[in-house]
Design a protein around this ligand. Structure first.
Ligand code: ZN
Length: 349
């Protein structure tokens, strides 16, 4: 078949197709774009694997004559991310305070070397947020017991055990620090510390634990804090919404539900307007204060006194300081008839 040509040496005289420059390579590697990413349904069974210069990067060949780069998730095995706060039981091993997290966290969800598969495609039967005053930290996707459940991204299994609430639970930690939770499984197919790819079957859907019917309870967490998975995934189509996702701190809260982008823009604009308004008020007040201070300073600088000497008259003082008798009277609260006592200070300006 056509793919075997890859193994043949370049025939003499044929055009040399070896990639020689980084620029050429970039033309071939699909770079991150703004478009959403389709779930890689049916693209998990590679026909063949080719080595590259990097031992952790392979080229996978698929039956439909397509190919893609594949990054061995074990390349990250020495990364602190997969060694620190690494427990096999606690859903939240971090115990980090929200105040310690930045307001915005930019996360690469997929890049040129990683992929994505929707864990289970379907319309959520229960969304993220408060439900009968109980926090619901994920989305529920109905399924038939026995349906394969896929790891959404590459990563390493942190938890694979029965939990009273979650039932059979698998938690996978990913390169970007995110963790995904897969709960109520009827079967678990992975073990603690196992490396998985996006699209690896981590278990089968079910209704174990606190569940009223077969469904996948799916959570996305950052540093132990859950946020609405719908920020990332459109479950009815299985599409990933972002390659680069800006996780805002305010999403890390059970009352912060996903808002479609178009509406979110309006909210941002309104919030932006309000911020601009507050900023403008603050600036205007500052300017007003500064102006008053400047006026006072100017007035202080302009104020001038004359110490009355024997023989001084208001008329003579007025002429000397280029002002009027009336002005002198007004500035000092005196009348033209007031007796000028030597040594007294008279304001002249
Ligand atoms: Zn649930």
């Amino acid at each position: 078949m056509a793919l075997t040509l890859i193994y043949l040496p370049t025939p003499a005289g044929a055009q040399d197709t070896t990639i020689k420059s980084r620029r050429e390579a970039e033309l071939l590697v699909p770079r991150p774009g703004r478009e959403s990413v389709k779930s890689l349904n049916g693209r998990t069974d590679a026909l063949d694997t080719l080595d590259t210069a990097d031992p952790f990067i392979k080229i996978l060949l698929f039956p439909d004559y397509t190919w893609k780069y594949w990054k061995d998730p074990r390349y990250a095995r020495d990364n602190k991310l997969f060694n620190e706060y690494w427990t096999h039981d606690k859903p939240d091993p971090y115990g980090v305070g929200l105040s310690e997290l930045p307001d915005e966290i930019a996360l690469w969800i997929v890049d040129t070397l990683s992929s994505y598969r929707c864990p289970v495609i379907g319309a959520p039967s229960s969304k993220f947020g408060y439900r009968h005053r109980r926090r619901h930290q994920g989305v529920d996707i109905p399924l038939q017991t026995g349906t394969p459940v896929y790891s959404a991204f590459d990563g390493r299994v942190r938890i694979s055990k029965y939990h009273s609430g979650y039932g059979n639970l698998v938690v996978v930690r990913h390169d970007n620090g995110l963790e995904t939770f897969y709960a109520h499984l009827s079967k678990i197919y992975v073990e603690d510390d196992e490396w998985v790819d996006a699209g690896s079957i981590i278990g089968l859907g079910g209704s174990t634990g606190r569940s009223t019917g077969p469904h996948l309870h799916f959570e996305t967490r950052y540093k132990g804090y859950a946020f609405d998975p719908e920020w990332l995934i459109d479950f009815p189509t299985g599409t990933l919404r972002h390659r680069l996702f800006v996780l805002k701190k305010r999403y890390l809260n059970a009352s912060s539900k996903y808002v479609p982008e178009s509406e979110q823009e309006e909210i941002d604009i309104m919030e932006g307007d309000e911020q601009d308004r507050q900023e403008a008020i603050r600036k205007a007040e500052e300017e007003k204060k500064a102006a008053a201070k400047a006026r006072a300073k100017k007035a202080a600088a302009a104020t001038q006194y004359h110490t009355i000497r024997k023989g001084d008259t208001l008329g003579a003082i007025a002429r000397r300081y280029h002002t009027t008798v009336r002005n002198l009277c007004r500035l000092n609260g005196i009348s033209e008839k007031t007796i000028l006592r030597p040594g007294r200070k008279l304001r002249v300006r």
